[in-house]
Design a protein around this ligand. Structure first.
Ligand SMILES: Nc1ncnc2c1ncn2[C@@H]1O[C@H](COP(=O)(O)OP(=O)(O)OP(=O)(O)O)[C@@H](O)[C@H]1O
Length: 575
């Protein structure tokens, strides 16, 4: 009944023991409540002196107060634990997402991850809390009560015992149906989250293509499907509550009728009959409460399963001996191979050696594997085997803290946070001084633009702030990189691909002097960058088909010449 994986949560066994002790105490106070009430009524029925009622009233009052106090303590304990466990899961989830890197985010979907880390964690907390309280109640309270009823009145005890599995059977059948529907509902929820984020992100494109209205209809259909799935779960949940209430009430009614007849015939005395009747609803209460909350726990269970699945994904472990990077860097890859899951695409047996101070271009047709190779060099993807050697240390992958703390990655559209320009530049160096930020901004060629802004570096950009052009965004990313002096390896993924020729040549003029002395790896489609490069790697279908200095390649490599001719053609068409 308790998901076994829940038992792996840290500290849960101790909490369960404490809650079980409290629940046992609660079973006895419920028993006390029933006993004092029945005994008091019997006392009054026999018209005994009113003063004799006082101990029963006091006893009932104490038992009632004890029950409320224990309920409060149980809820507080379970809530405290569930909140802590959920927040711990959230921390682990975020750490895992960061450890897995951008590929995992792309695979899971941003919307899904965001809802998982926010709503999913809240639902998980609900689930842990309900399961802890309701399951323990169901496992302890009915048995204490039915034991006492049995001692007082065998037949009533047996009748109650027989009804229990019947109710459980209905609960299981309906619960399984609810679970299946709820899993479908959760999948719908994940789809809806990703769909919604995608639509928001692609709104500009959709509008430009004139299909935003059609897409809005699409969003409506997906959310309508989700609504229908939710209603299905609720329908089953209500049916389940109804079935349990019906059987519990029916059992109590049957017991009441038989005991009434026995009372009239004088076969039964009043106390056992009353105590059995008073305690019978309490006997069914935990299972009814569990049943009515069951559907509410399903969302949490699904969210927890999704979180667990993500937490179980293997995270690349850094090598025990980190490479020594104090001196000049040399990175060698031998037979570097990587394949996307269930795909033929990737990188096949690539071998190269790169040195600090080199400017390296990676070129190739669209889909040839340029970004994949950059991601492998950045440590965002893990290859097979142990293909890398970094300053003499053999490494299975480059998700190594020693390597990554020297990396700076500038994609086509660098991400700008909703903050000031200064804070965006301080991204790698939150402590950097105003003067250092100014210096980096000026080296990255931002000064002219900043002078036109009334608030200069304090201007807010990103979502909800001032818009920035593609070239300005690239310069902010450059300034970010320049500020972090220890970042000696610059990875560029087609940084100028979407810029116009004038902006690109201005940016190029700013960038080239800054490349000096660093290891710059530059995936590009633009021919004119090649002349400024020291080394060019030519990719085709995930394989290195040529590499060398641009002049040597131009002289000796047919593959290079063919690609350059193709790129010239594209440039010609673009122009
Ligand atoms: N996450 C992924 N899962 C599966 N296949 C992928 C993934 N990313 C890329 N691929 C595939 O791997 C191949 C290489 O892609 P990659 O993005 O590295 O090419 P590229 O040379 O950078 O292309 P472009 O110049 O168009 O950006 C492509 O066929 C692509 O479809």
């Amino acid at each position: 009944m308790i998901d076994k994986r829940l038992l792996q949560l840290p500290g849960i066994r101790k909490i369960m023991l404490m809650l079980a002790a409290l629940t046992l105490g609660q079973a006895f106070v419920i028993l006390g409540q029933g006993h004092f009430l029945a005994a008091g009524i019997v006392h009054a029925w026999h018209l005994l002196p009113m003063a004799g009622l006082v101990p029963y009233i006091l006893g009932f009052g104490l038992a009632y107060a004890g029950r409320q106090a224990i309920t409060w303590a149980r809820n507080a304990l379970a809530e405290h634990y569930a909140r802590r466990a959920a927040s711990d899961l959230q921390t682990r989830l975020l750490a895992q997402v960061y450890a897995l890197g951008p590929q995992a985010v792309a695979q899971e979907g941003t919307g899904n991850l965001v809802t998982m880390a926010l709503d999913g964690v809240g639902e998980t907390q609900n689930y842990i809390e309900l399961i802890l309280n309701k399951v323990l109640s169901m496992m302890i309270i009915p048995w204490v009560l039915v034991g006492y009823i049995f001692m007082q009145q065998h037949l009533a005890g047996i009748a109650l015992l027989i009804m229990f599995p019947v109710i459980i059977l209905f609960m299981v059948i309906l619960g399984m149906a609810a679970r299946d529907e709820s899993e479908r509902q959760y999948a719908g929820f994940q789809r809806m989250s990703n769909h919604f984020i995608d639509s928001l992100r692609g709104l500009k494109t959709l509008q430009l293509m004139g299909i935003s209205k059609q897409y809005a209809q699409n969003v409506y259909t997906v959310s309508e499907d989700y609504r229908k799935q939710t209603m299905k779960v609720l329908r089953i949940a209500m049916l389940s509550s109804f079935a349990m209430d019906f059987f519990a009430t029916l059992s109590i009614a049957v017991i009441a009728v038989f005991m009434g007849i026995d009372l009239l015939n004088g076969k039964l005395s009043l106390y056992p009959a009353l105590v059995a009747l008073i305690l019978a609803p309490e006997y069914f209460m935990p299972i009814r409460e569990f049943g009515s909350d069951y559907h509410a726990t399903l969302n949490g269970k699904n969210a927890l399963t999704a979180i667990w699945q993500l937490l179980a994904l293997p995270v690349p472990q850094p090598a025990t001996q980190q490479p020594e990077l104090a001196g000049p860097l040399t990175l060698t890859a031998s037979d570097l191979t990587f394949q996307y899951p269930d795909r033929d695409d990737g990188i096949k047996q690539a071998s190269f050696t790169l040195h600090e101070g080199q400017k390296v271009a990676i070129i190739g047709a669209s889909g040839s594997g340029k970004s994949t190779l950059l991601n492998l060099i950045g440590g965002f993807l893990q290859p097979t085997g142990e293909p890398f050697t970094l300053n003499g240390t053999p490494l299975a992958h480059l998700a190594q803290p020693a390597w990554q703390e020297h990396l700076s990655y500038i994609p086509q559209n660098p991400y700008l946070f909703a903050n000031t320009i200064a804070e965006n530049i301080r991204f790698y160096q939150p402590e950097a001084s105003e003067a250092a930020v100014q210096q980096a901004a000026s080296e990255a060629g931002l000064s002219d633009w900043l002078r036109t802004l009334p608030e200069g570096l304090a201007t807010r950009i990103g979502e909800g702030g001032r818009g920035v052009s593609g070239g300005q965004a690239q310069r902010i990313a450059l300034a970010r990189t320049l500020l972090a002096k220890e970042r000696r390896i610059w990875l560029f993924d087609e940084p100028t691909a979407h810029l116009d020729i004038e902006t690109e040549s201005e940016l190029k003029a700013t960038m080239l002097p800054l490349f000096a002395g660093r290891l710059v790896i530059f995936a590009t489609h633009r021919l004119h960058w090649l002349n400024q490069m020291d080394w060019v790697i030519v990719l085709a279908h995930g394989q290195i088909v040529a590499q060398g200095a641009p002049a040597d390649l131009a002289a000796h490599s047919a593959a290079y010449r063919a690609l350059v001719a193709q790129m010239k053609g594209e440039a010609h068409v673009q122009a």
